[in-house]
Design a protein around this ligand. Sequence first.
Ligand SMILES: [Fe+2]
Length: 351
Amino acid sequence: MELPVIDLSLYLESKEGKVSDLCGEVSRSLRETGALLVKDPRCTAQDNDRFLDMMERYFDSPSEFKRLQERPQLHYQVGVTPEGVEVPRSFVDEEMQHKLKQMPKPLQPSTPKGPDRKWRYMWRVGPRPSKTRFQELNAEPVVPDGFPEWKDTMDSWGYKMISALEAVAEMAAIGFGLPKDAFTSLMQQGPHLLAPTGSDLRRYGQEGTVFAGYHYDLNFLTIHGRSRFPGLNIWLRNGQKVEVKVPVGCLLIQTGKQIEWLTAGDCIAGMHEVVVTNRTTDAVKLAMEQNRFLWRVSSTLFGHIASDAVLKPLGHFAESPLASKYPPIYAGEFVEQELSVINLKGNKGQL
Ligand SMILES: [Fe+2]
C-alpha cells in the first residue's frame, strides 16, 4: 500500500477556504493509517542530506568519542544515548505483549530480545517557557568536538521540520472540523526534540535485527526526513502491517499519543518498529559498493504539546462516547507517566 503524498506548498500558498479537500485528506490519512507523507518546499532533499551526512560521520566515530557526549546523570535528555539503553515498550508492557500474541502471525511485529540496538542524539529545538510547572533539567546543549557545523545544522533542520509539522497540524485541525489553530496554539513552547537515531548496519546488518521494537510515540506528532536505509514498518488502524517507502524529498509524519488524547481516539497513536529487512540489506550492499557509511540514520523530530497545556478532547471530540477514556491531564504530567514505563524518566524523548 502506498501512502498519499501531500504537497504542503498547495496549502502554504493557498487562500483560506480553498484547501478543505486537501485538509480532509490529511486528517483521513492520520486517522486511518497513523501516518502521512508530505513534501514541504522549505525542507529540501539537500537539507536532509546535509543533516544525514553530519550524523553519519558522528555515529561512525569511535564509541569512546561518542560517550564523551553521554549525560546519564541528566537522564540522557541532552547529548548521546548509547545503544542498549532505550527499552521498547513491547518488551516491558505485559498488556501489549498479550495483545501481540493474539495478532495473526504474519502481522505480528518482531520480538525484541532486549534493549534497542540503536544510538540516539537529543537536541532541543525551539523556545521553552520561562515559567512552567514542568521545568526541564537545566541542561546545556552538548556539541561534539570536531563538528563546527553542529549547532547550525541541527537548529536549521530542526526548525524546518517544526515548520512542516505546524502546517500539517493546521491542516489536520481543519480536516477534523476544529479551528485552524486548535493544535498549533497548544504546540507553542512545547518541548520539541530533534532526536536522530543511528543504527550500525555493519555490526547488526542481519535480516530480522530489531533496531526499535514495536511501540507508539508518546508525543503529539513525529516527523522524519527520509532515511537512506529502509526498515520502518507501521500498523494501520485496521491492523494491516505496512513497510513504509518514503520518496526522495519527502517527510514522514506519524501520530503520537497526544493527538489521540486531543481527538478522543478518533485518531490513534500509530504503532511502528524498525527492523532490518531484505530491502535494508539490498540498500547495505549498494552502500558498500559506493563506499558509503553503513549507519542507518533517522532524522526524527518529536513535536510536543506544551507541558503546561492540558490534554483533553478538543471541540466536538469532547462529545465523543470515548471522551471519558481521555480525562484532562497536563501534557507534562502525561509525558512523565509514559516515560516511567519505558525506563527514561526525566527524559523528554521516547522510543
Ligand atoms: Fe517511534
